[in-house]
Design a binder for this molecule. Structure first.
Ligand SMILES: [Mg+2]
Length: 390
């Protein structure tokens, strides 16, 4: 009890919002010392403990308490943990049984993805005030290219502050933001002052910022790669920068060039908005081949869910639904159906998939993989707004 009380004081959650954070700026992003260098301005925005914060916002009884979103049964997995739960070591993707052993007072909430999707759309609309170049990574995370400074705020930091303030006032939730000249550093920066923080890393501080961080924080360096680096004596960005390209290629193969650049604060990947994608969907390979029509229908539902989440996230529109089916002998079939108007409902999308699947049954030997995509994107975009009258 006493421990929980301390945690409450530490975070002072009001409406799922931690109020006591001190924001820390590495620096602003004014004109760089070399104005001839083409410079992108990129913001990585990451909602803080997103699913858990939404649940705490909507249920006062959960505020200030250790909370996991996910199933509490023996087979459950933590989808998201509140900061109070993280203080006990509870993390997302952890089996719920283990989480309960770490934090016996842990509360559980069932995920409400429809609510998370709706909040995500609200946040996306805020991003769209600033730029069309939005690359979502998940419901609660996105890269924005704000080089154009559409609102004329004067700096990328000001844009990030505006976005964070609007998210707070419109959703009652907090987001952290990292501002920098490339995606790699912007993402590292958004994590730097979490939660409810802002961190700006200008070009002339990028290399030093990266050098000081543990490599395990780098996007793309998972636990396996981090352990391998540890064995090679590489713990920080500075350690990584000390190794030459040949050494990295010998140990990390095709990944070496990315690491070599990252260690120097370099990354020239552009922000890619999903609107420019040709098709959006999802597919799943099964552990055992599926033959039973009920199993196949259930599997297709899950694929449709995953696909529709991406479609909504990208605010994508399209008229063609395509089913992909791979048989046990690896023969792959695709079947498509096109509509006159954009597919606007998940129900239509999924039902079309089920019709296309039913026409293929039975599948001799069973099905290894099912995929469902929406394409013909952009064709159904609404007409541009008419010009304003005088
Ligand atoms: Mg997040």
């Amino acid at each position: 009890m006493r421990r929980r009380h301390r945690l409450c004081k530490r975070f002072r959650h009001v409406g799922g919002v931690a109020r006591d954070r001190i924001e820390c700026y590495v620096d602003d992003l004014p004109t760089p010392p070399r104005p001839d260098a083409p410079q992108r301005k990129i913001i990585h925005v990451d909602m803080d403990a997103f699913y858990a914060s939404v649940e705490q916002r909507d249920d006062p009884a959960l505020r200030g308490r250790p909370l996991a979103v996910g199933g509490s049964s023996g087979r459950g997995v933590v989808a998201a943990a509140s900061y109070e739960a993280r203080a006990f070591g509870v993390r997302s993707a952890m089996p719920s049984g283990r989480a309960i052993r770490l934090c016996p007072d842990l509360l559980f909430a069932k995920p409400r993805f429809d609510v998370y999707r709706a909040v995500s759309q609200q946040v996306r609309a805020i991003f769209a005030l600033h730029t069309d170049l939005i690359e979502p990574l998940s419901l609660d995370e996105a890269y924005l290219d704000v080089t154009d400074d559409r609102l004329g705020l004067g700096s990328a930091r000001a844009a990030a502050e505006d976005i964070r303030a609007r998210i707070r006032s419109e959703t009652g939730l907090t987001a952290s933001a990292g501002v920098s000249y490339n995606k790699f550093i912007a993402k590292l920066a958004s994590d730097h002052n979490k939660p409810d923080g802002l961190c700006v890393v200008p070009p002339w501080k990028g290399a030093a910022f990266v050098a000081a961080l543990p490599v395990s924080r780098f996007h793309g360096v998972g636990p396996v790669t981090a352990a391998k680096m540890e064995r090679l004596g590489i713990r920080t960005g500075a350690d990584l920068r000390d190794r030459d390209l040949a050494f990295l290629q010998a140990h990390f193969g095709s990944y070496a060039e990315y690491l070599y650049g990252a260690a120097r604060g370099l990354d020239d990947r552009p922000v890619r908005s999903e609107r420019t994608a040709k098709s959006i969907g999802a597919e799943r390979t099964f552990d055992t081949n599926l033959s039973d029509p009920g199993d196949l229908a259930a599997a297709l539902e899950r694929v449709a869910d995953a696909a529709w989440e991406r479609i909504e996230r990208g605010a994508a529109v399209g008229r063609t639904v395509t089913l992909k089916l791979r048989r046990a002998d690896f023969h792959t079939i695709t079947r498509a159906r096109s509509f006159n108007a954009p597919v606007a409902e998940r129900e239509t999308f999924a039902a079309t998939g089920h019709q296309l699947l039913a026409a293929q049954l039975p599948v001799p030997g069973g099905v290894r993989l099912l995929g469902l995509t929406l394409s013909g994107l952009g064709a159904g975009k609404p007409d541009p707004q008419p010009p304003l009258p005088f």
